[in-house]
Ligand binder design. Sequence first.
Ligand code: SF4
Ligand code: SF4
Length: 82
Amino acid sequence: MANEKPPKRGYRAVVDDKVCKPYNCLKCVEACKFLEAISQGENGPVVNLGECCGCGECAEECPNKAIKILLVEVPQPPRLTW
Ligand code: SF4
Ligand code: SF4
């Protein structure tokens, strides 16, 4: 059985879709060293809040300043109870 854990706050990459969309170059995905933290979605890059560590490499590499590192609520994996 799994119990929901309350979200925690942490610094994560947040993509401004309106700024990114005309470019959609995916340099941010190439720049990230963490395999599942950011990936190509249907409409541009998608950040996996559970895997992103907020290092900012993607934001540094974005030529259009479409990524900011912001304090956001991060969903926690469910607590397993038996
Ligand atoms: S690097 Fe910037 S503009 Fe390019 S896909 Fe990523 S967020 Fe969008
Ligand atoms: S902040 Fe770091 S870990 Fe998160 S998506 Fe960007 S490069 Fe990857």
